[in-house]
Design a binder for this molecule. Sequence first.
Ligand SMILES: CC(C)(COP(=O)(O)OP(=O)(O)OC[C@H]1O[C@@H](n2cnc3c(N)ncnc32)[C@H](O)[C@@H]1OP(=O)(O)O)[C@@H](O)C(=O)NCCC(=O)NCCS
Length: 190
Amino acid sequence: MTDLGPVTWPPAPIRTERLVLREPEARDRAAVIELFASPEVGSFVGGPRPRAEIERAMPGAPGRRPGRFVVDLDGAMIGEVTLTRDTERLRPAAAGKVDLGYLFLPRAWGHGYAAEACAAVLGWFAGALPGEPVVLHTQTANVRSMRLAAKLGFTEVERFHAWDAEQWLGIRLPGTRNAGQAVEPGPGGM
Ligand SMILES: CC(C)(COP(=O)(O)OP(=O)(O)OC[C@H]1O[C@@H](n2cnc3c(N)ncnc32)[C@H](O)[C@@H]1OP(=O)(O)O)[C@@H](O)C(=O)NCCC(=O)NCCS
């Protein structure tokens, strides 16, 4: 039993048309540091962290945990997609549910990689724990993230104010299709 629930972890790497979703490895360390230190990436998620602080906190390989997928394009990490069981959120509608998160390096934005990776992760999750909804938090000012959430089939539960910004809580019910997709992908990829 993992924090996510009774899922087998890690799954075999998930292959999509252009990407591989897999556990973090030591060779991803530089890209993970770049991701968390990037001012653009941090704009709507609490701001970038000082590079030295990230390096100190991650002396070796990036941490592995159930639900943390590195997104690999041609052998190099371009971002990460996470599923985290929500145990701390203050919003009752999200409590206890699995929350989707996504962070991509700015040079990988605008190619549909985040949508492709998230759809595959949601497909894996639907196969691993059928019948469970997934929630998503994002700032409403995060236009790219709001567009991605809609594309993935999340619908609004509520907007609320926290961390000095308007926040959006969305939910994706079991059986939801991604925009433009005929059927929910099965476990193991699209
Ligand atoms: C949120 C985030 C992941 C969105 O990334 P993104 O690249 O815009 O998202 P998508 O993968 O859906 O790509 C969509 C874009 O790719 C374009 N695109 C190009 N080729 C494409 C293809 N083959 N297939 C699909 N879309 C394609 C789309 O037209 C769209 O472009 P547009 O935004 O100019 O309209 C990214 O901005 C990010 O990492 N932000 C920082 C972290 C963050 O804020 N996370 C949210 C908190 S959970």
